[in-house]
Design a protein around this ligand. Sequence first.
Ligand code: ZN
Length: 697
Amino acid sequence: MAPKPSKAKVAPPLKAKLDIGTRQSTLVRFSRGSYASHRAIERLLRQVREEGIPDASSRASQWRARAAIAGQVGPFGPLVQDLVLPHSDITYAVQHPMAMLHFCCGDEKYVGFVCLMRYALRNHPPADGPWHLVMYADEIGHNPLGHDNRKCECIYWSFLEFGPAALQTEDAWFIVCVIRTKQIEKLSGFMSHMFKLLLKRYFFNSQNGHHFKNSGVRIVIEGKSFFIFAEFGAIVADEKALKEVFCCKGASGFKFCPICYELCDHKADPAYQIGYIPGTCLDLRKLKRQYNTNESIRHLLVDLRDMHARWQRAEITKDQFEKTEKHYGWNHEPENLLLDEELDVKARDVLMHDWIHIYVVNGLFNVEVQFLLLFLKAAGILPRMIYDFCSQWIWPKHMHPPRDVFSDARVSFDNDHFKCDANEALHIYAVLAVFLTVVVVPKKICILQVQSFLKLADVLDLLSMVKHGLVDAEAVKLGGLAHLRAYQAAYSVVSWIPKHHLSIHLSDADKRLIGCLPHERRHKLVKRWSKDRYTLQSFEKGVMEELTLEHLYALETDWLSPGLVEPRAPEPNILTAFQDAIGDPLADDIKCSMTARVCHGSLVSAGDLAWAMIENHRCLVDVVYHFESGGEPYTYVNMWESVPGPSDNAQAATFREISRETDHLKCVRTECIVASAIFLPGARPNVATALVPPFLR
Ligand SMILES: [Zn+2]
């Protein structure tokens, strides 16, 4: 049967019909009346030029189109389904995990997700055993200082089998629900109850057979059929969210660690600490002897449930019950996820602290830098000197330069921790380490404090390599302990926070380390779609439909493979250069771009210095341009040559640009580029000292 003709009408090009004045006037009128960013208008007009104008475009039509696509029905029902919470007559919405998985695998349009599944199926064939679900929970607010009735709890899920590189990208995570915090607070048991409901209804539902572990999910990829079975593998979250999901006492409790049974807050009244291990203990053998197991946690919770019943029968007093809760380090909650026998969640095995929150979100980095600055100031090294040093460095275009974090406006010695966000911390720590090595170490001042920070930088190096699959739990454990010992040598236990102890558990067992950066990036999308809604009517359903459509759109790109970002046709004068580079003067499918995705989804733009592996050699290159032909991405680079300087070491190396007039301008496959470089321009022209990424040392 002949395909139906498209209903889209192709708009006549304005350029041909209008003189310049009218064309400019028409262009600026697109921005008037209702606000849309210039980038949005550019994208919209480009799409209209390529695909034409749809017959209907009113808000109601847009709403119907969104609802139709998000409501597509498959073997597991619609993608976005209604959810009615207990004791509530309000209907919320969830993205059904199995429906979404089935849908994304079955359509080759979602090439990014199909590639990811192909990779996971090759490395973890379903016949070898069940996969492992990993979930992430976090709260997203719009107004941290005032009333915020759009504050939401977001729950994401993925498979551990996708691998550490994919799990560091936002598109490898599905979002199961976004529900206003106020609505979840109406549930007894709050987030623990919410998790239980979601797991029992949508992941492990024994009533209707939608059960990841028992019946699995049948998916079809590229014509081949697979059954994916999965069990609950991990919950990753910050300390606050884990406390809410598991109902443990949390960081403010006397027993703040859900894994350690005998560990207590070292700042508590010494009389209470008798018989406990203080939270500052670094004796791993002593700590391991008292770790909770899955079974011991279950026993504690069942015991608390019995104690609560006895208190209700007036057999014991409220005081006795609360003292038991404090002694156990857990709260009683009838709807606790961990008390559900059918789900049988193994608390110790699935609990996973998010390393980003432990180290760089009001974490160990922030505490340590605050005290380091105090010690350096006392020794005559002012934050201004660090600021001046950092100001000379250049960061890649896609990174927001964090050089002003040490400016007078940002540094305050009145705070108990250094204030900067997670990205700033991760982009500045290596430069600060260079400053300490080059400027402070030769002065032989603050020796212990500098050693402690350099150990911390080593740990952050290790954690940054997790996504490359080059680091194991043992290395993180040893590095983490070495840092904690160096911290105590430098500062004793001053400003020792629960996160110092919790960092020890990051490397427990064979857990894979997962950071929250992809979720923080995804939060921006959630904020965008939850902020712009005028009313709270059908809030959850509208937000879930928009987020589902956004995710489907993103999955159309193979985001994990090297490729161009927003490619477009090249100008005729440079087309020939690209045709020459690939040796095909007739190639007519060439596209080019200023920015490309490289290793693990990182971005590298024209003008950046970047690290490349060319013929098995580590090279520094100047990125000139990206282009693609036949779907294969290439990059023009200008080579730099190594000219080791006196202060070079494993962390930093000096290079000199080879003149562009020579034939050192090279065309390489984009997959050779492995990371963008942070560098310090040298005193001589065309010389730079670049930080060597940990995975290239
Ligand atoms: Zn512990």
